[in-house]
Write a protein that binds this ligand. Structure first.
Ligand SMILES: Nc1ncnc2c1ncn2[C@@H]1O[C@H](COP(=O)(O)OP(=O)(O)OP(=O)(O)O)[C@@H](O)[C@H]1O
Ligand SMILES: [Zn+2]
Length: 682
């Protein structure tokens, strides 16, 4: 346990439906992380500021001179030109003059000097060419004639501004512009060179696509893909096309340019794309769309260009873009900041896809699990015009996937993969792969030579709930948990239509203090109302048992209550199972996957009164179920006691042991036939 402690811990974070941490090869040298870009940017800004400060001091401010001095200089023919606005005159001397003035600082000294102003103001002198002065309030009538007489040009434009506009631009924006230009030039050059510099800054415009066909190891073929046959069949045609494009284009038809693989995470989209390349024996360029996007605008587009030009050189070839939604998001709705970069990258992809004809033998495969956010332009004919849906595997599919991943694993005779497949509804291919791996690790840890069914079940429990938690529970707590789980289990046996109970445990794991496993017999696609009721009753069985046995309540039923409420609410708001509310959709589908329908975004399309009715109906279902749970547990109190006792003694009970301890038969089936109808809630 200790030896593997760290590793298992990490892998346990993978919930079903989530992709296990898979090591993706990525050279640290070809990738320039955005943070580095930031540091560059800030450095350059700082340098810019310093340079501007040292090299280019701001323009000199015109000096304020007394009116008398101004007139005196006019008289000496030393004023070249003036401009006047209101009572302010600004102008320029022909020959700069030296003026004396008191500094502000010295005046302050004067005021605060001890001895009451005895200190002399400090005088400073300065050479002045630009000046301003103020006309006295009594208008100097003869000034205009006086100026004309002394050859002073009276300007129509402010003299200083004329120079300072130019100066301002040059002195304040100049260095900035220079650096921006330099920056753009640097990255454009880098982008165009496409990595000739060999990584670092210069490799930034190079696409970081990996070539799987050149990697070591056996080729991936359709043999490695299982359980997603429909998707596989659609792609076989693509392989055929890549092997012999002329066969398809002979009659003028165009083969697809782009195929969009759509499905939940871990269902094997990447795997399928690799298999297509492996089967067709063509180069396979793979990149994740998020790698296109960098801080610097234009880099993503350059990378796209590079990727497509590489593929064109090696055609026929496959380009695989993973996580297309990272850049394929409808334009104008991207996050602030990366928006224009994302748009440019997307536009470049569109341009490239329009640019090659399908005769060239390039096919773009892309994967996404959010097709509804994609820009419409991507889905137009001539682009990703084919959609292949990759669904979570059903029971048969899961068994096939388990077979693929246990090829190299020595299985014990009792390791029945069909049974294991039945235990893992909702698991993706990646989850199943992880499950096999965990089970093999456990078997190795225990020193076994084969992997047993028990190893798979332990691994499954650990993946779903987290590792065992060594909690020191008092005997009283243990008994209480045994009654709680016993309550769930008994109801799983006596409520008609309940899923069979195949395991009960009071070993604490993850957040749970105990668990009762109920496994649906087969993958269900359509749930009868009675079945949902049975489930809610079962969920409330834990609390009901505690109430009956101890008469008090604990916090132990939190997640039971949460699940039961959520199910009851869905019955009322989505599945039309309340007479009072009828067949009206009152909540959006939570599973936006493939439905293209988002949430109601805060604005509910029903009245306050309806909202109250919804709450009342949910409450009604919950309380009716609670009453039924209590009634049944009181009726089967003897069996409940026996089961709790067995649990305290043995902690974990399997299906057979549960039936033995209680002496009860498995739950009777529902009258309603189970029609596997597709299209309902997934
Ligand atoms: N149908 C399958 N058959 C066999 N193995 C599978 C299947 N689906 C997934 N796997 C296993 O899970 C791994 C991860 O799957 P993959 O990366 O192809 O999923 P994905 O759909 O591309 O996920 P994501 O959307 O997160 O990128 C694969 O390398 C493969 O080993
Ligand atoms: Zn419970």
């Amino acid at each position: 346990m200790k030896l593997f402690g760290k590793k298992t811990q990490k892998e346990n974070n993978a919930q079903p439906g989530q992709k296990p941490a898979e090591s993706r090869k990525e050279s640290p040298w070809t990738k320039m992380p955005p943070r580095k870009t930031w540091i560059w940017f800030i450095l350059i800004l700082v340098a810019n500021f310093m340079l501007g400060k040292f090299l280019m001091p701001g323009p000199e401010k015109p000096h304020i001179v007394p009116y008398t001095l101004f007139k005196d200089q006019v008289g000496k023919y030393n004023v070249q030109a003036i401009f006047s606005r209101g009572d302010t005159i600004s102008g320029r001397f022909k020959v700069p003059i030296t003026v004396r003035y008191e500094t502000a600082k010295s005046m302050m000294d004067t005021l605060t000097a001890p001895g009451g102003g005895s200190a002399k103001p400090r005088q400073e002198s300065k050479t002045v060419s630009d000046f301003t002065t103020t006309l006295p309030s009594f208008v100097d009538q003869g000034l205009e004639a006086f100026l004309v007489d002394h050859a002073v040009e009276i300007s129509a434009k402010p003299l200083n501004e004329e120079r300072s506009t130019l100066a301002t631009i040059l002195f304040s924006f100049g260095p900035g512009l220079l650096f921006i230009a330099f920056y753009i030039w640097l990255f454009q050059r880098a982008a165009q060179q496409g990595g000739l510099g060999g990584g670092g800054l210069m490799g930034i415009g190079k696409s970081k696509a990996r070539r799987y066909d050149q990697e070591e190891g056996p080729k991936i073929t359709f043999n490695d893909v299982a359980g997603i046959d429909e998707a596989e069949n659609e792609l076989i045609e693509i392989v055929d096309f890549l092997k012999d494009p002329s066969k398809y284009t002979r009659l003028g038809g165009a083969a697809p340019k782009g195929v969009l693989l759509v499905g939940p995470p871990g269902t094997g989209k990447t795997l399928l794309a690799k298999a297509v390349a492996g089967e067709a024996g063509v180069p396979f360029f793979s990149i994740s769309a998020s790698e296109f996007v960098e801080m610097i605008v234009g880099v993503g587009a350059a990378r796209v260009r590079d990727l497509f030009s590489q593929a064109r050189d090696q055609a026929p070839a496959i380009i695989f873009i993973d996580e297309l939604d990272a850049i394929g998001r409808a334009r104008g709705q991207a996050a602030i900041g990366g928006a224009s970069e994302q748009e440019q990258t997307l536009n470049q992809i569109l341009t490239e896809m329009d640019g090659f004809s399908s005769r060239q033998g390039i096919i773009v495969l892309a994967a996404t699990n959010q097709p509804d956010v994609l820009d419409r332009a991507l889905l137009r004919p001539g682009r990703f015009d084919r959609r292949v849906v990759v669904n979570l595997p059903d029971k048969v599919g899961r068994e096939a996937i388990l077979k693929v991943h246990t090829r190299g694993v020595p299985l014990a005779n009792d390791a029945n993969l069909a049974e294991l497949a039945a235990e893992t509804p909702g698991f993706s291919g990646a989850d199943l792969k992880n499950l096999v791996n965990e089970a093999a690790l456990r078997a190795a840890r225990l020193g076994q030579n084969e992997v047993h069914f028990e190893d798979f079940m332990e691994a499954l429990e650990k993946i779903i709930l987290g590792p065992e938690r060594p909690l020191l529970l008092s005997p009283a707590d243990k008994e209480r948990i045994a009654y709680h789980e016993g309550g769930h289990a008994i109801l799983g046996l006596v409520v008609p239509g309940a899923d069979p109970v195949n395991r009960v445990t009071i070993v604490p794991r993850g957040q749970a203090l105990g668990v009762t496993y109920q496994r649906p017999d087969s993958d269900r696609y359509n749930y009868p109302e009675a079945y949902l009721r049975a489930r809610i009753i079962g969920m409330l069985g834990g609390r009901a048992a505690e109430e009956i046995v101890y008469g008090t309540k604990t916090t132990g039923a939190e997640s039971d209550i949460e699940q039961a409420s959520s199910l009851a609410r869905r019955m009322v708001t989505r599945w039309g199972m309340s007479e009072r509310l009828g067949l009206v959709q009152l909540a959006p589908r939570e599973n936006v996957f493939l439905s293209g329908m988002g949430g109601y975004g805060g604005e509910k399309p029903f009245s306050e009164e309806t909202a109250e009715t919804i709450d009342a109906e949910v409450l009604r279902i919950i309380s009716e179920s609670h009453e039924e749970a209590k009634r049944l547990l009181s009726e089967y109190r003897k069996q409940l006691d026996a089961l709790a006792e067995a649990l305290v003694a043995r902690e974990t009970l399997g299906e057979k042991e549960i039936l033995e301890a209680t002496g009860l038969p498995p739950a009777p089936a529902l009258e309603t036939g189970k029609l596997p109808l597709p299209g309902t809630d997934g």
